[in-house]
Design a protein around this ligand. Structure first.
Ligand code: HEM
Length: 381
């Protein structure tokens, strides 16, 4: 059962958010209640080669003996999203998009004053450049589809181009752009956080690290027998690693909750909540409820060995639940496993700031950005 907190008022950040991310969207309200206005559930087609070149993890770190975990993970996850969802190749264009995206995202939490020099003003300028770039990508993709060079399932952009709404109409470009930006945001401050927490844990907990490494060595061996490609069967071998990630998301959920609207009168914990009210469900209080998870403060990935037996529905909710559950959950799973596979089979790392605290802005982050000392350690199997 979700733990509901009654929702008193919508903060003004809603306005910033809509201005920045949903200027032309069909139903911007939906952005507030949870995300995109189209069902964009997506998974890797079977047979996809989830290869090293697409992620470029080792490339990012080549020749370095230290790195900034938060920045690194944000950059890598952004690149993965842009490559796999939008087909944007490596290069200046992608780097510029990343730079603009970072400026624009800051504006979502600023005073909505669109004047030159203000955080919001700069964010709006960056948002316009992001729009222009995505607009060009859409035009290119449409041209290729008309020429029969790519299918309508090539990537997310081609899928949006081919999509028809409930009246059989094509989706206007402005909405495709809004949906692309929503996907960028949705995948940016979530997967990167999980990866940061995983890097932090693996630097601290030798036992967990050694078990993860053992599992990843087996995946590496299978990969080498498979011509170096990392595919579905190797991903399926990473069960312990994923349980560790699940436990990280239980204890430090990247998303602290979301808004829902009640479709009928309900009562919860003695409170009457009328139909039509906005309510906010919160992840951490649910995940730390000892009636659901015994010894909730204890890090114990084995909780997820048989989740259907011990974890009741709607109680483990890092990806939300129900009708609007995160459509990127599977994408995130593959992305996290893929990135950690490349890192742990090439490097060891240690924290440069011991006991670095976690701050919330509002998503959880290591306060100093997780500086890490890198020790190249390529695994040979
Ligand atoms: C560890 C990574 C992620 C976490 C923890 C996460 C978490 C969430 C949560 C809690 C929600 C709200 C669900 C609800 O209200 O019931 C959500 C919605 C959403 N997420 Fe994710 N997410 C992650 C990664 C991603 C990725 C990689 C993508 C896209 C590629 C994505 C796309 C979306 C979208 C589009 C929505 C809105 C869905 C809707 O309203 O119908 N997410 N996510």
């Amino acid at each position: 059962m979700y733990r509901f907190l009654t929702w008193a008022k919508i903060l003004d950040c809603k306005r910033c958010y809509l201005l920045l991310w949903g200027i032309g969207g069909r139903n911007g309200e939906d952005l507030v209640s949870g995300g995109a206005d189209l069902d964009v559930g997506w998974s890797f087609p079977s047979g996809t080669d989830v290869t090293r070149s697409r992620v470029g993890t080792p490339l990012e770190l080549n020749g370095k003996d230290s790195t900034h975990g938060v920045k690194l993970m944000k950059r890598i996850t952004f690149k993965v999203t842009c490559s796999l969802l939008f087909g944007l190749p490596e290069g200046k264009e992608k780097d510029a998009l990343f730079a603009d995206f970072i400026v624009a995202i800051k504006g979502a939490w600023s005073i909505p004053l669109d004047l030159p020099g203000t955080v919001f003003g700069k964010a709006m300028q960056a948002r316009r450049r992001v729009t222009k770039l995505l607009s060009n990508l859409i035009s290119k993709s449409r041209r290729k589809m008309e020429e029969g060079k790519v299918s309508s399932q090539e990537d997310m952009i081609s899928t949006f181009i081919a999509l028809r709404d409930e009246n059989g109409e094509l989706i206007p470009d402005v909405q495709i752009i809004d949906n692309c930006v929503t996907l960028m945001i949705a995948s940016h401050n979530t997967t990167s956080i999980v990866l940061c927490m995983l890097l932090r844990l693996l630097a601290r907990d030798a036992e967990v690290r050694s078990k993860v490494l053992e599992e990843q060595k087996k995946a590496l061996k299978a990969r080498e027998e498979n011509g170096g490609k990392l595919g579905w069967s190797e991903i399926q071998m990473m069960k312990y690693t994923w349980r560790v990630v699940q436990e990280i998301m239980r204890m430090t959920p990247p998303v602290f909750g979301n808004f829902k609207r009640t479709s009928r009168d309900i009562s919860f914990a003695g409170f009457h909540i009328p139909k039509g009210w906005q309510v906010f469900w919160a992840t951490s209080p649910t995940h730390m409820d000892e009636n659901i998870f015994s010894e909730p403060e204890k890090f114990d990935p084995s909780r997820f060995e048989n989740p259907s037996g011990s974890i009741p529905p709607y109680t483990y909710i890092p990806f939300g639940a129900g009708y609007r559950i995160c459509p990127g959950a599977e994408f995130a799973r593959i992305e996290v496993l893929l990135i950690i596979h490349h890192l742990i089979t090439n490097y060891e790392w240690s924290e440069m700031i011991p006991n670095e605290p976690i701050v919330r802005e509002p998503t959880p982050y290591p306060a100093m950005g997780l500086p890490l000392k890198l020790h190249p350690n390529k695994i040979h199997v």
